[in-house]
Design a protein around this ligand. Structure first.
Ligand code: SF4
Length: 443
């Protein structure tokens, strides 16, 4: 900003005002006054903008300080599983370098260099365990340099059976990772090949033995239930094999045909059939009974754990807590903003280099924000949800939400518990329906 009153206000500028005054038929002194006023207000405006900007930085900083959950997406996989719709690419030295450099930039630019103090960090993908030892060292250093880990309760790292090795697990242990999630999906080679997974039962066994050898007591096994063509007995074999390794946590999903996945193409060309819903429910019921018998209690629609071993990161997500996501395709939720990174390493990296933030921002209405959080909250089976306490303003949707609650109670899908509602035994199979009722109501 030019200081109009200072001695540096050069004679050539005075000449310019003078010449202009001739053209505009106002006196040079009037024009000088007009421009001086303009600069005065510019100064004022500039001052206002800088205070506003600072207030926003402070507001943003406060918002970010409140975020206690971090997700980092590592986009590399050694191939594509048939059912997968996550963003993943094959790894090479150049794209790994680009990823690691951009990740650090993204964290620094998003946090403004302030070290956030998370309770949980979740490293997912992709297959994070594909990073080789020097890449993993750099990756962990980025996290340690840019976050304050003094209050960290849970640090999860996803491991793929095909890439788990002692070097990686040693580094994870040494650097404070305290929870491993291994994507087994099935212990049967036949089922693994149907799913397009690229390892076999022997590699699973070797990987889990290593996890135990490095004393990761808190570890999760992912399984997929009701893969078409598998029998009830084969499913029980999978459950039995998993529980024999003594996991503290298990996630059990049914297959869904995702947009853009190979499975979708196979389905559309008649090369894949969907399993019917009744069989899916039966397999999940088998899992629930079996796992309960072995000390893993179902606490969320797809998750089971030993006492006090629930995944803190995911529980926070279902409880509607804010979180920050880094890496291509990662999503952040800050109050009623949803920020989504591009699902392309190159596009994400380019945006990270050039702009302070790399995300596309979607501003949700408070009602939509609340409706989404209510939908997720019902997934936690023991924790009562009171939809009317969710919204941050007097919502015009109170009446219609009350109607939804009454209807769901009459359908025996939810029931009253303490000061809220939980899914009934029957309602557990209708969690998506419950969420859709609240979300569709505000759209
Ligand atoms: S390993 Fe996971 S992220 Fe990679 S292709 Fe398979 S399902 Fe997708």
């Amino acid at each position: 900003m030019i200081d109009i009153a200072s001695s540096s206000f050069s004679s050539s500028w005075r000449m310019y005002f003078f010449a202009s005054s001739r053209l505009l038929t106002v006196s040079a002194s009037d024009l000088f006054f007009i421009i001086k006023s303009f600069y005065f207000f510019s100064h004022l405006l500039s001052l206002f903008l800088s205070i506003w900007h600072k207030m926003n930085i402070n507001a943003t900083k406060t918002l970010l300080d409140d975020i206690k959950h971090i997700y980092i997406h590592v986009p590399f996989c050694d191939g594509k599983c048939n059912y997968c719709s996550f963003y993943s690419i094959k790894k090479n030295p150049a794209n790994t370098k680009l990823y690691l450099n951009s990740l650090e930039q993204e964290i620094i630019k998003t946090t403004g260099g302030t070290k956030l103090n998370p309770f949980t960090i979740y490293i997912g993908g992709g297959s994070p365990s594909l990073l080789n030892s020097s890449e993993l060292k750099q990756f962990l250093k980025i996290i340690k340099n840019n976050f304050d880990l003094s209050n960290l309760k849970e640090w999860t790292f996803e491991v793929n059976p095909s890439s788990a090795c002692s070097t990686i697990l040693y580094l994870l242990k040494e650097n404070g990772i305290n929870r491993i999630s291994i994507g087994v999906q099935s212990f049967s080679d036949k089922t693994l090949s149907k799913l397009g997974r690229r390892y076999n039962n022997n590699s699973i066994h070797a990987a889990i033995c290593l996890i135990k050898e490095f004393s990761f007591d808190n570890f999760n096994i992912d399984l997929i239930a009701a893969v078409p063509g598998t029998s009830e007995q084969e499913w029980k074999n999978d459950l039995y094999a998993a529980i024999n390794y003594g996991p503290s946590h298990m996630s059990v999903y049914t297959l869904s045909i995702e947009e853009g996945s190979l499975l979708q193409k196979m389905f559309l060309t008649g090369k894949w059939r969907k399993e019917n819903e009744i069989t899916e429910i039966k397999r999940i019921n088998t899992a629930e009974k079996f796992l309960r018998k072995h000390g893993l209690r179902r606490y969320e629609i797809s998750n089971y754990s030993q006492k006090d071993c629930e995944c803190i990161h995911n529980v926070a997500f279902w409880e509607g807590k804010d979180y920050l996501g880094f890496g291509p395709s990662a999503v952040s939720r800050i109050q009623n903003m949803r920020l989504t990174n591009p699902s392309s390493l190159e596009t994400w990296a380019k945006i990270v280099q050039n702009a302070p933030f790399s995300q596309e921002t979607e501003l949700l209405s408070w009602a939509k924000d609340s409706a989404e959080r209510i939908g997720f909250a019902f997934r936690l089976l023991k924790k009562p949800v009171n939809p009317l306490l969710f919204t941050k303003e007097n919502s015009i949707f109170f009446d219609s939400w009350n109607k939804i609650i009454t209807e769901l109670i009459s359908q025996k899908i939810i029931m009253k518990k303490n000061n809220g509602y939980v899914l009934t035994k029957r309602g557990v199979n209708f969690a998506d329906y419950v969420a859709s009722l609240f979300i569709n109501n505000v759209e």
